[in-house]
Design a protein. Sequence first.
Length: 368
Amino acid sequence: MPMGTKPTAELFAARQQHLRTVLEKRRLPILVVSSPVNVFYLTGFHGTAGVALFERSEAVIWVDPRYTLQAREQARGVEVIETRTGLFKAVGRWLKKKRAGFAGYEDSHLSCAEFKGLERESPRSTRWQAAGGIIEELRMVKDSYEIDQIRQAGHLTAEVLTEVIPGIKPGVRESDLAAELEYRMRRKGADGAAFETIVASGARGALPHARASGKQLSAGELVILDLGAILAGYAADMTRTLYLGRPGLRVRNLYKAVVEAQQEAVEAARLGVRAGDVDGAARRSLKRRGLADHFTHSTGHGVGLQVHERPRLGRNEKTRLRAGFVVTAEPGIYVEDLGGVRVEDTVLVSTHGPEILTPAAKAPWCIE
Ligand code: ZN
Ligand code: ZN
């Protein structure tokens, strides 16, 4: 399949059908979808302003004139209606015409003020139900098209890092390295970086979400590189840690511990396992080495149209993994004076077991 292939109309039909089944189960006759990423998931429309509505037999997307052509070209399985008077006003008119008494809205995406606007534009008889999270729930299970895109984004990400590693040496600036990684992602056909590339060296690596700074890499430092390409709207997420020079025993042990914990998390990412138990696998592994206190975040998160989506792989998370889930496994250890070690892969949960979608090597990791 060529890079970033377009999804077919059948895919959107299947997703919309899936949504209708859920709505029926929840006895919700109508859902108004206002989150751009969810609109994209259900219709293929990639604009930033558009509101879609789904009910048993009809599906509509309203856009303002800036997006009419784009919506007609991209949107599948929905009637495209141009409106010049405001998207929510158009929704309200539709509800009035259909005499709709009951509808759901995405409370996870609409601010209170936005919802009030929607309510104001709707017939007074419409009862609104907060129904956020329905589509996020559907999005946890990726279809084969989505898996393909994430796999390509992941392999591309791994290739880019592998190509850049020979140029990593003392004196190189973190920000230059980040720019190089992102440039190569684009050159290889990615839409861009799925998030701001992190390059954090030395003590800066102890900040789990440090960005790339103007700092130069030095010999005797750990360097965390956290990167991911985005392709056809789908993200990958990968972290590798390198060391500049010949590490002492302490650093070698830390690295080994994190790689082992990460492998255990990947191995645990199987059908029917609770998200919290994948987190537990990484945590137990680090605990055996007395390092659990230095692991200060959760083990991973879902990846798809967003870099961080459901499920969260954290303590006590009850969601059971199903075939088609794509999650990260990314334990990390952060030591104030020394820096950080984190290793992360994007992993597909499948009937054949876990598949690493970001297959960059974890060794050799020392650059001499
Ligand atoms: Zn990451
Ligand atoms: Zn991540």
